[in-house]
Design a protein around this ligand. Structure first.
Ligand code: M6R
Length: 588
């Protein structure tokens, strides 16, 4: 979480507007505060504000700063509230530093620095890194030596960028578990991802954990954790790495919802499952968080039914803290859009450390992410860059990969998958009908989502979508579980959103809906043409196109995304940047 950008102009041109443009691409990583610092005319200058980046841009119009080298930051607060004092860059007399991550030993470092007479102006963990650099400079070390000492002293996760007043032709950067990409082009640049620096560079080097780099006007030198110089391969900046903006849409989320047919089509084209992929595998362990966890839950239904492999799905943040039994010959499959989620990464590494017979595979949407690079085998969802904090197209692309894996021994179902892009395209035409439902439920305080079988995880996902962006409290339940408690929540007001297409579970689900209707007046049913015949006018109906029932989870996700989106628009909330959240969750 937090986004960082640094730019070093080869011609000493002012870099501030390029830094702001880069930060704009990183706001998905956090937007509690933002700031920029430059070295110009031999001085360190900094401007910071609370809130989103446009506040910083406005402040810079009134208090412009200029410099040929600079760093910027957009924050997701961990240590210390979202105040201006806690906004990055952290600045001392001679150093400016931005940080993404958590310095775990900041208390002891701070105590030591305080004892040595150094003062602090923020409550952040990050400030200790800046002050530590200052202490080393004061003791006579060069910026390079000071930076090396600082990364040796801190413990935790970090992406650091630092600039020094006395060294205006360099940026220092380092990585441990938080991403850093160094860009080569008209200017030298460094950022949290390729999008943030793509306007200024054509090639990128990704730092590995423990690496640090010295960036000069002539290029960059990379060092490993033993301070040996390392050669790193450059990758070209291609369209799939770059956020191409909102285009004709008012929000990234709706653009990304609309892109799903193409994301699914592209994902189907790749990701062929190697013939011997499941050879020797006796069970599957899925590790993931949030929406990706919901994709994993769907995977369990499919894997057990079609591969007959016992499948366990675990919340990654819980997994490694409860001494799990990891059985031999397990396929550990991690699912992550960003490929950077620390909980998921650590859970995967835990499996690696504790059972060498396990095969580690990942489904990710970001090539070159930490998890992509660490897994033994990677399936790449071809959803393209996803910016909206609420995951949409990445989710259906994850489900598409899971379906390819689960149906890999079932040619008939693999064939059915080819229908998905068109059917999903048709489901998007329901937007206007869904807008009407959104209008009806926008003022509710609570909402209930019900599904059964492979649509139970989609009920969970639908509820997550609604709550994370509209702030309406929503819960998903297995419809059959309602009678064991949650049914007490039903009254005349609460919307009960039911997923009830025709098929094996229809009769059971239909009965569950009758029970809900007997107690409430606000039942909304997502069904298909055959299913719709059983419902009278006492329920609101959204009628989706027909498809093989194994593929319902992919199709039925889409109208629920549209519903959450529209409710949020009607409520006037910030769809793409919901409060307290960030897209890439790199803190535990
Ligand atoms: O990048 P990941 O898929 O690992 O992210 C996991 C969750 O943080 C993510 O799915 C989150 O729940 C989204 N906000 C859901 O829309």
């Amino acid at each position: 979480m937090c986004g960082i950008v640094g730019i070093l102009s080869k011609n000493n041109d002012d870099v501030v507007s390029d830094i702001i443009n880069g930060l704009e691409k990183l706001e998905y990583r956090g937007y509690d505060s933002a700031g920029v610092a430059v070295v110009g005319d031999g001085e360190l200058k900094r401007v910071r504000t609370v809130g989103k980046l446009n506040n910083l841009a406005d402040k810079l119009k009134v208090n412009p700063v200029k410099g040929g080298v600079g760093i910027g930051h957009t924050r997701w607060a961990t240590h210390g509230k979202a105040t201006e004092e806690n906004a990055h860059p952290m600045v001392t007399k001679d150093v400016a530093l931005v940080h993404n991550g958590i310095i775990e030993n900041y208390k002891e470092l701070k105590a030591d620095l305080l004892q040595k007479g150094y003062g602090f102006t923020s409550q952040t963990d990050s400030e200790v890194a800046a002050v530590y650099l200052q202490m080393e400079l004061d003791s006579g070390l060069s910026p390079r030596e000071a930076f090396r000492e600082m990364i040796k002293a801190v413990r935790g996760t970090y992406a650091f960028l630092a600039i020094f007043k006395t060294c205006p032709d360099m940026i220092f950067c380092a990585r441990n578990k938080s991403p850093v990409a160094v860009g080569f082009g008209d200017n030298m640049c460094v950022g949290s991802d390729a999008s943030s620096i793509s306007a200024n560079c054509s090639e990128i080097v990704y730092l590995d954990d423990g690496d640090y780099a010295e960036i000069t006007k002539d290029g960059a030198t990379f060092f490993d954790s033993n301070l040996n110089v390392v050669e790193k391969s450059r990758v070209a900046v291609t369209d799939d790495l770059v956020n191409s903006g909102k285009g004709e849409y008012s929000h990234y989320m709706i653009k990304e919802i609309m892109e799903q047919p193409s994301a699914i089509r592209k994902t189907l084209l790749g990701n062929d499952v190697p013939r011997d992929f499941f050879k020797g595998i006796s069970r599957i362990l899925i590790l993931a968080c949030g929406t990706s966890y919901h994709a994993g839950l769907v995977g369990k239904y499919w894997f057990e039914k079609y591969l007959r492999l016992p499948t366990h799905v675990e919340i990654a943040s819980e997994y490694r803290y409860r001494s799990p039994v990891i059985e031999d010959n397990t396929l550990a499959l991690v699912i992550t859009q960003s490929g950077e989620t620390i909980d998921t990464l650590e859970a995967m590494e835990y499996v690696r450390r504790n059972n060498v017979t396990c095969k580690l595979a990942a489904i990710t949407n970001v090539l070159n992410s930490a998890i992509s690079r660490s897994a033994d085998f990677v399936f790449h969802t071809e959803a393209g860059v996803e910016i909206g904090v609420a995951s949409t197209k990445a989710f259906t692309a994850q489900l598409t990969v899971l379906a390819k894996l689960a149906f890999s021994k079932n040619p008939e179902l693999l064939n059915q998958l080819q229908n998905l892009p068109q059917v999903c395209e048709n489901s998007l035409l329901l937007k206007e009908d869904i807008d009407k439902i959104a209008f009806k439920i926008k003022d509710c305080v609570n909402a209930i989502y019900l599904g059964r079988d492979n649509l139970y995880p989609i009920a969970l996902e639908g509820a997550l979508k609604l709550k994370e962006i509209s702030y309406i409290h929503a819960e998903g339940f297995a419809a059959g579980e309602m009678k064991h408690g949650p049914i007490a929540l039903i009254d005349d007001v609460v919307p009960v959103i039911c997923l009830c297409p025709s098929g094996n579970m229809f009769d059971k689900m239909f009965s569950n809906i009758q029970v809900a209707q007997a107690r409430g007046k606000n039942v909304i049913v997502f069904t298909d043409t055959t299913g719709a015949e059983s419902f009278d006018g006492s329920v609101e109906k959204i009628v989706l196109p027909s498809i093989n029932e194994e593929l319902y989870p992919i199709l039925y996700s889409i109208p629920l995304q549209l519903l959450a989106y529209m409710v949020t628009v009607l409520k006037g909330e910030d769809v793409d940047k919901p409060r307290n959240l960030a897209k890439s969750v790199t803190v535990e």
